[in-house]
Ligand binder design. Structure first.
Ligand code: ZN
Length: 99
């Protein structure tokens, strides 16, 4: 099994028993939504789709869409459940961390 680590925010998800050698780096759905929504819209339009990504269409029929995992709320929910380590908040040193 693999675990995954977001290059942007550092959150890890997937199999908690995976070793450091089994990490696949990429972007988490949350960061994709935050940073790439506009770029994904352009890419959708270029490929002849509507620019529907992250607009709240949760019963989307495009099951083979490659942006689906970062778009549909139920898939985001599955991802949140699979999170095994949250990113360290680098910008709030000195404050109390609630773990
Ligand atoms: Zn992230």
């Amino acid at each position: 099994m693999m675990k995954f680590k977001c290059l942007l925010c550092g959150v890890e998800w997937g199999d908690a028993g995976a070793t450091e050698a089994d990490i696949s780096h990429g972007y988490c759905p949350s960061c994709i939504r935050k940073r790439y929504t506009q770029r994904i819209h352009q890419s959708q339009l270029r490929e002849g789709y509507s620019d529907c990504f992250n607009r709240g269409y949760n019963d989307c029929g495009e099951v083979s869409c490659r942006f689906r995992a970062a778009c549909q709320d139920d898939l985001i929910g599955n991802w949140k459940k699979a999170i095994i380590r949250r990113n360290e908040p680098a910008d709030c040193e000195g404050s109390i961390r609630i773990v």
